[in-house]
Design a protein. Structure first.
Length: 124
């Protein structure tokens, strides 16, 4: 449900990642700036499993607009910096689950950063 303006950067009611971005739900934060937040996944699937999100509510990659291009770039650059800070120099995987068949379970765009073990292909 939208709070007011559907394209504004306001928190979306009942969006768990908007609540984490707003600080009303705790998370183990890794990094934060004005537009991007990174925190540890609550149910890690690798020794390092971090989620990188825009503070602005974008429901999924499929919902991103041309106006979001700079923000999307910042998310990817944040991933690369976090991976370096977390000692993932041997490699890591970035996953963006998108939509039902993509396995997306939280409808707020997030980039999974998985590392600390050998990744395999194809993913499940
Ligand atoms: P998806 O399934 O959409 O690709 O990824 C959602 C991720 O969010 C899952 O890996 C899940 O463990 C994580 N997650 C769900 N709820 C919370 C929460 O309240 N806190 C944190 N830190 N991670 C969460
Ligand atoms: Zn949200």
């Amino acid at each position: 449900m939208f709070v007011s303006d559907p394209i504004a950067s306001e928190a979306i009611v009942d969006c768990i990642f908007c609540k984490i971005a707003a600080g009303s739900i705790p998370a183990k934060k890794v990094r934060e700036d004005d537009a991007v937040l990174a925190f540890h996944d609550i149910d890690p699937k690798a020794p390092t499993h971090i989620l990188v999100i825009p503070k602005k509510h974008i429901a999924s990659l499929a919902e991103a607009k041309a106006d979001d291009a700079a923000l999307l770039g910042r998310l990817l650059l944040a991933v690369a910096e976090i991976a370096q800070e977390q000692g993932l120099g041997k490699g890591y995987r970035v996953v963006i689950s998108t939509g039902a068949e993509g396995g997306q379970t939280v409808d707020h765009l997030h980039l999974h950063v998985l590392g600390g073990r050998q990744m395999h292909w194809p993913p499940g």
